[in-house]
Design a protein around this ligand. Sequence first.
Ligand code: ATP
Length: 616
Amino acid sequence: MNWLFRPAEGDTEGLVEHAPTMRVRAVFRRFWPDARPFRGWLLLSLLLVLIAPMLDTAAIWLFKVLIDDVLTPRNFAAFPAVAAAYAAITLVSGAIDFSGQYLTVWIGENFLNVLRTKVFAHLHTLSIGFFDRRRIGDTLSRLTGDVGAIESLVLSGVAQTFSSLVKVLLFTGVLFYLDWLLALVSLVAVPMFWLIARFFAQRIKLASREVRGRSGSISTVAEESLGNAPLIQAYGRESAEVERFAKQSRGNVAAELSAARVGALFSPLVDLLEVFGVMVILGVGIFELSADRISLGGLLVFLVYLSQLYTPVRSLGQLSNTVFSAAASAERIIELLDQRPLVQSPAHPIPLPRRATGRLEVDRVSFRYPGTVTDVLHGVSFCALPGQTTAVVGASGAGKSTLTKLLLRFYDPSHGRVLLDGIDLRALDMTALRANIAIVLQETLLLDGTIADNILAGRADATRNQLVEAAEAADAHEFIQRLPEGYETRVGQRGRLLSGGQRQRIAIARAMIRDAPILLLDEPTTSLDADAAERILSPLRRLMAGRTTVVISHNLLTVQDAQQIIYLDRGSITEAGTHHELLTNNSGYAHLYRLHHPERPAGPGAPAQPDGQLPN
Ligand SMILES: Nc1ncnc2c1ncn2[C@@H]1O[C@H](COP(=O)(O)OP(=O)(O)OP(=O)(O)O)[C@@H](O)[C@H]1O
């Protein structure tokens, strides 16, 4: 028997985050509040659900009337009335079925819409730390697949249970009314259905959880693999990637098969039980008929009512399976919804003027990434002043990018404070803080929209003139105009249709249009070749003018001009000063400089190459 319920081979370890198991009732209680706007409609649909089986009961009863009062006595005068009643019931029940079905779908889809949007909005409240840790594919699969399953638990589930219960009660009542002895005999089978259903329910829940987890793994592998297509093809890793995908895909097949085995065995078992029950009832029925305790019409409709009764009983059994499999999905959604952002705006933020002055102070900041054991910044202090450029340099892994993450408040320092205009960032509203910051990063972030959309992401209410001015200041206007659809040209996913230099100039235009007092540049020229880097320097300088600029760069031109250079060594500031001061210092910065300019003595007055790059 074990092979039947064996979970799928292979493991999803590390690919998807496992959700804690929860009781169905807890899941239901959690999502029921989201159904609040639809409760009135749900009530109406339950009313329709109540009327439908009553009409069914009446239609079947007409069958008895037809046999006992029309066919057996051959009394055709009564036939038109019976026929008219039949037609009327069928019409009304058709209308009710239609409304009921449409209403159920309407409620379900609208509930889904609310829930899906809620989960998506919640994801956007989470800190960057969450996205650093999580596989995006698994999160997507939860957002699209698992959310749907919750609807079947909270709404369709309620309507179905109610409908089945009403039918069971109604048909049982009629059965006892027709012949109590026959009714007692036929109901013996009911507890057996329940036992079988219970046995299967738990196993189906396990199998469904496995299937949902597997589907998350497939999306994860596909997303990572396809997103890195250039790398994979360049290094000839296609077959390894296909095998990685195939492994998860095979795991999915095994999980689906194991779920199908459990599900498919359930129906035939129940069918077998049903046939057995009908045979016994027919035997007793013939006895009752011969004793004249039931009419022929009565016996026939008894069987019809009985068959009508088996369906809801069976669906009540299967319903618990649906509920359990939906619960497995709900667990995965709850796990997401229970994620709390690491950084949050305070309840009563200190108001910031629409445009801050832009004085940034990093005060004895130490930082450790959540879930790690070592500090990546140790007691870092410096001040970045309005209108000045502060350059942060240091070897790879020194903590430069981490510093910008703290300035943007993607994370909070473990110790110490970051202040804007003398106010701790933790006391500020995050949206107000970020409205005062513009960024240009090494890997330009472009949305899959038009060029105009991408520049306007810096400031949505900008006019067309401001858009063109920003593009001109970023030296981007000219190339944009040469594109087939100008500003309306789509940039492709992550801006793939543009060159690296073009992407960077769009990013500069976006920062330009934002016109924020603070500018964070994280190695904006690193991914470009010397020529492209050279070309974005003058737009960059225009952008930096008059702002508090913090630049992480290996490019000596931007660094040399800086009013202060901070040299980070394994998370600590070991030197700070101007280019000349640091060269005189003849320490870490001068060492980096010499590495790149072995032909020059590292000392004051030793100019850097115009395109000089500090080694990484
Ligand atoms: N999300 C993260 N979770 C845990 N550790 C991280 C995370 N991001 C960076 N680190 C670690 O923090 C340290 C500093 O990284 P950071 O990216 O700030 O360095 P960097 O100076 O900007 O380097 P590079 O010049 O190579 O970009 C590194 O040791 C890195 O492994």
